[in-house]
Design a protein around this ligand. Structure first.
Ligand SMILES: C[S@@+](CC[C@H](N)C(=O)[O-])C[C@H]1O[C@@H](n2cnc3c(N)ncnc32)[C@H](O)[C@@H]1O
Length: 202
């Protein structure tokens, strides 16, 4: 089921995503038929509505990590009837461990230690935190899965911090990441496809 972004998602999400971010998020996850999705930072549920709708269509599961979801988040999930497809981990990344995330992923999974199809990073935007979110959860994304950073073009400090994080990550991991798309606007979203592992550290 396609969402009407302007009339539905965007109206109910407090402007967390722009329409172009929402479209890129939707298209980049649908293109790989993402079934096991991890969202870091859920707040009002704007991205949760988009990703939740996708996992409903592909009979998957969206896991969310968020220490303080807003009332609106629950309301949005209920309003779209996504309760059975979304698991909220009340806590902060990276302290919601990979074992817990893996445990909630739905089969069939090709490589059991790499169950994630899509990792959406939109939690604490400070550079070190965005890097840690990537560094900790990236190994659990399958090859061919996707990893996105939201707010990388935010006009306030967040944009600067997230862009710096992406730049530092690419310094090491450029050979492992192929850019799928980006938007540059008041918030902005950039998505990569994972093409390899940095298993020299594991
Ligand atoms: C920009 S908002 C997320 C917006 C959300 N994706 C949406 O579309 O409505 C950032 C959120 O990250 C949460 N956050 C902060 N630190 C976090 C952490 N360590 N792990 C997960 N979420 C975190 C904040 O509580 C806040 O709700």
């Amino acid at each position: 089921m396609e969402l009407d972004f302007t009339e539905d998602v965007l109206r109910h999400c407090g402007g967390r995503l722009t329409i172009h971010d929402a479209q890129l998020l939707n298209e980049s996850a649908r293109a790989i038929k993402a079934r096991n999705i991890l969202e870091i930072g859920s707040m009002d549920g704007c991205s949760t509505m988009i990703l939740g709708n996708i996992v409903r269509d592909f009979e998957g599961r969206l896991q969310c990590i968020e220490p303080a979801p807003k009332q609106k988040w629950r309301w949005n999930v209920d309003r779209l009837g996504l309760q059975d497809f979304v698991t909220m981990h009340f806590g902060g990344a990276p302290w919601v461990g990979h074992d817990k995330i893996i445990q909630h992923c739905l089969p069939p999974i090709e490589k059991k230690d790499q169950p994630l199809d899509y990792l959406f990073i939109d939690g604490d935007h400070r550079t070190r935190w965005a890097i840690v979110d990537y560094h900790y959860y990236m190994p659990f994304v399958r090859i061919g899965g996707r990893i996105g950073f939201h707010d990388w073009w935010d006009r306030k400090d967040a944009g600067k911090w997230v862009r710096e994080a992406v730049e530092i990550i690419l310094r090491d991991d450029e050979p492992l990441l192929k850019k799928v798309g980006e938007t540059q606007n008041a918030r902005g979203y950039i998505v990569f496809e994972k093409t390899g592992d940095h298993n020299r550290y594991r």
